[in-house]
Design a protein around this ligand. Structure first.
Ligand SMILES: [Zn+2]
Length: 417
């Protein structure tokens, strides 16, 4: 079996230019979300599968957001591994802050630049090549391998993996999911915090700023509510012992992968005020104020008690209303799941790094597997430039992720368990 894995590594190295050029071409297919049109990126993936002689189908609930499903059944009975990656990306942001063309797929000094380079066209490239390599190993592998490349991940959208789970669950749920969202080579994710996005509105009568006795001030009320919301930050969850042990062991790795303070952030409720707007003029009593809050709940904590607390805060202020804009519960799978063993061992073999099992502060489609009881393992490039100007991935990272995914998927399907 080791021979085949060696051959696989030789083949991936020989394909280095093919893989690099694939990602560069993929990055030239604009797929910012919003607005979310991924036709060019999906066509790019489909063309590669066509050239490779691999069949697939499109499963699109919305015409401009196609998802692709390709599946291979191996002759021997076994388990079903699903590879998942999204093809939509963040918007460019302020283009003048980029030194490189965000849609140029530029390669310079060993780095590939473009919006989506690390989140997550690198990881999706790893899924696509892993699928292409393993489909050829009919004699060695067991069970079934499925590739899903999806649209509509960046905005909690319903037309990507969620659509596949609702309408094609028998094809995409499988027994295990491997996903290449950015994690850094030094960590692999078994869980993620639960985002809860809220929008608050405050409305008062308003009036002249010299006559403050005539009306309540919407901005002042907003500040009071914000202060009470902020007081929810820092709460810890009742962690499952396996989660607690893994996160204790991951302390240093979390700080290394996501910055100093991350080990605390992932285990606590966090409250982030993302936007605020209110009032009309310096000498008027503000009659309106709107603000948005991103609350993140740690693994092991449900959002219902948080929402109950928010209801209680809002109930004290009749001028205030709020709505939930999006979100989902925190989620995790067993950090001892078999696929983690393979990812760690193969990352060591490929690049001599030992990824530590962590919970991510951010969300991914992996939650959709975990919430259905299927282990979902995230392992991808560094998230450092994610969503930022000059987003990039190094060629070495790209090759590391492709190799680690291919070898780990191989190990999983080569096992006759
Ligand atoms: Zn992503």
């Amino acid at each position: 079996m080791n021979d085949i894995k060696n051959q696989l590594l030789v083949r991936i190295d020989a394909d280095r230019n093919v893989i690099v050029e694939f990602l560069r071409g993929f990055l030239r297919c604009k797929s910012p979300n919003p607005p979310g049109d991924t036709l060019a990126a999906a066509q790019f993936v489909a063309a590669f599968l066509d050239r490779s002689g691999l069949s697939y189908k499109k499963a699109a609930a919305k015409e401009d957001r196609p998802n692709i499903i390709a599946t291979t059944r191996f002759p021997k009975h076994g388990r079903h591994l699903v590879l998942n990656g999204h093809i939509d990306v963040f918007p460019v942001g302020v283009e003048s802050e980029w030194k490189h063309d965000p849609w140029g797929g530029e390669l310079q000094d060993g780095r590939i630049y473009g919006r989506g380079a690390c989140d997550m066209k690198c990881g999706t490239t790893a899924s696509i090549f892993t699928y292409a390599y393993l489909t050829g190993l009919q004699d060695q592998l067991h069970g079934r391998l499925t590739l899903t490349t999806v649209s509509d991940e960046e905005t909690f959208g319903p037309w990507g993996t969620r659509y596949l789970m609702d309408h094609h669950a028998d094809e995409v749920l499988g027994d295990c999911c491997l996903n290449g969202e950015p994690s850094s080579a030094h960590s692999t994710r078994f869980g993620e915090k639960g985002p809860l996005w809220l929008k608050f509105r405050v409305a008062t009568r308003g009036g002249h700023g010299a006559y403050v006795h005539t009306s309540k001030n919407a901005i002042a009320i907003a500040l009071a509510v914000m202060s009470e919301l902020q007081s929810m930050a820092g709460q810890r969850a009742d962690e499952n012992p396996a989660v607690a042990a893994a996160l204790d062991a991951a302390h240093d790795a979390l700080e290394k992968a996501y910055g100093k303070g991350a080990a605390k952030t992932v285990r606590e409720v966090t409250v982030n005020f993302g936007s605020i707007r209110g009032g009309a003029k310096v000498n008027m009593i503000a009659a309106d104020c709107e603000f948005e809050v991103d609350v993140r709940t740690p693994v092991g904590m449900l959002q219902a008690p948080i929402l109950a607390k928010i209801d209680a805060i809002v109930a004290k202020h009749p001028e205030v209303s709020y709505s939930v804009q999006g979100g989902n519960e925190s989620n995790w799978c067993d950090p001892a799941s078999e696929m983690f063993e393979y990812v760690v061992a193969n990352a060591q073999r490929v690049s001599n790094v030992t990824p530590v099992r962590v919970v991510s502060p951010g969300g991914t489609d992996a939650r959709l597997w975990r919430s259905r009881g299927v282990p979902a393992i995230v392992y991808g490039p560094s998230p450092d430039s994610m969503g930022a100007p000059d987003e990039h991935v190094t060629v070495e990272e790209l090759m590391h992720v492709v190799k680690t995914h291919a070898l780990s998927a191989f190990d999983y399907l080569a096992s006759s368990r």
